[in-house]
Design a protein around this ligand. Structure first.
Ligand code: NAD
Length: 388
């Protein structure tokens, strides 16, 4: 791979504006680090809070140029689209209820967009946003960052390569314990507990969307029907902290889906098993370097980043030689870096490296929203099989 495909295409880094992710936000720092890891973006401006004073304070603390401090997202988009050296890309990591408005506004100003999940809070918004992306031809990258891990991409590549045969069964779980206690939510999390701001389901928006996307990413299959129970396991809680479902895939495969944020003591256990006619792969986010491959009739094997058996998509997603650990930051950066290559190619009319086109997009966001609303509808109908 070239040292920096964006600089070799554009002669410069992409100029990035970030919206959200100010002081106190966990994911804001991850986005900024992901943007910088491979040196494909420079972060030139941002709105870091809905409070203009706090936003400017954060902008100064992050070293943003005071000439490019703005009071609102609208002001930023208007001013940057009028500058000769204006930003190319807008990255959105604000609470869920603003993703639609800010993404639409950024696309309307001609910017490519990187947005955190869930893409929107309603299905109508997801459909409209996906349509807008198609109409404008701009790049929309949805940061389902777990798709960036080399071993997740190895699993996908093994499925595409036919090493698992026809997929028959998929089991996914995303289990956390951060919301296991029964006390009132931390006030800093209040938007998450408000259905208008956080969306129709806390657990599905926070982590259920990642689990659904991971299944689709590795298997290449769509969930055709779901039979779900979505609710709360912490008594008295008004928002969803648990979701369990059986899945039927479009090729006839079956699956199970299990997500919660209320399993006391569990940290970030995103785990998947995909079984086909020729074998099974298993992966767990807390030990991301290991992909277990269990071929039919042969001993179990361990695939590692850049180790024996590495396929091109996985090699493309790993920066160092075998045996050197990579993790969350690098996976997140893979999504950013691939989007950068696609954006640079789009801007210069060049063809991007096909291996850079695996980042989640607005179609994936739309499928995510369809799944969430179908699962909720199924749960409301006492677990009735419901089309997605
Ligand atoms: N990809 C992941 O793994 C992952 C992990 C955590 C959060 N997220 C997503 O990131 C988003 C933010 O989550 P969070 O945990 O950082 O929330 P948070 O409440 O911790 O932080 C939100 C940040 O956005 C800022 N903000 C709020 N409204 C704003 C506005 N109108 N304009 C500009 N800035 C604004 C706040 O000042 C704060 O800095 C959510 O959509 C969430 O789903 C994704």
């Amino acid at each position: 791979m070239e040292l920096n495909p964006v600089i070799s295409i554009l002669g410069r880094r992409l100029r990035l504006a970030v919206i959200g992710g100010g002081s106190g936000s966990f994911i804001g720092a991850m986005h900024r680090q992901a943007a910088r890891l491979d040196d494909r973006y420079e972060i030139v401006t941002g709105i870091f809070s809905s409070n203009p004073e706090k936003s400017k304070k954060d902008a100064l603390a992050l070293g943003m140029n005071p000439d490019r401090h703005y009071s609102s997202v609208q002001e930023l988009l208007d001013a940057e689209s009028a500058r000769k050296d204006g930003v190319d890309v807008v990255a959105i990591m604000t609470p869920n209820d603003t993703h639609y408005e800010y993404s639409m506004a950024a696309l309307e100003h001609g910017f490519d967009v990187i947005c955190d999940k869930p893409m929107t809070n309603t299905l109508e918004e997801a459909e409209a946003l996906h349509k807008k992306v198609q109409e404008t031809g701009l790049i929309f990258c949805l940061t389902h960052n777990y798709t960036g891990y080399p071993m997740v991409r190895q699993a996908k590549a093994m499925v595409e390569d036919g090493q698992l045969g026809t997929i028959r069964l998929i089991q996914v779980e995303y289990v956390q314990g951060g919301k296991a206690n029964e006390s009132k939510p931390d006030p800093s999390e209040s938007w998450r507990f408000d259905p208008v701001r956080g969306g129709p389901s806390l657990v599905m928006g926070d982590i259920g969307s990642h689990a659904h996307n991971l299944v689709r990413f590795i298997s290449g299959l769509e969930v055709a029907e779901v039979a779900a129970e979505i609710g709360n396991i912490v008594p008295g809680r008004a928002v969803h902290d648990y979701g369990g479902a059986l899945l039927r895939f479009d090729n006839g495969a079956r699956g199970s889906y299990w997500v919660t944020q209320a399993a006391a003591g569990v940290e970030n256990c995103l785990r998947i098993r995909v079984s086909g006619t020729k074998g099974t792969v298993e992966w767990m986010q807390e030990f991301p370097q290991a992909l277990t491959f269990k071929p039919l009739g042969a001993p179990s094997q361990n695939r590692t980043p850049n180790g024996p058996g590495t396929l091109p998509l996985s090699a493309h997603s790993s920066r160092i030689v075998a045996g050197h650990p990579e993790g969350f930051h690098e996976g997140f950066a893979n999504v950013y870096s691939d989007a950068a290559e696609a954006i640079a190619a789009r801007r210069s009319g060049k063809t991007p490296d096909p291996l850079s086109l695996y980042f989640p997009n607005s179609f994936d966001g739309l499928m995510g929203l369809k799944f969430v609303f179908s699962a909720i509808a199924s749960s409301n109908a006492d677990g009735k099989w419901t089309k997605c």
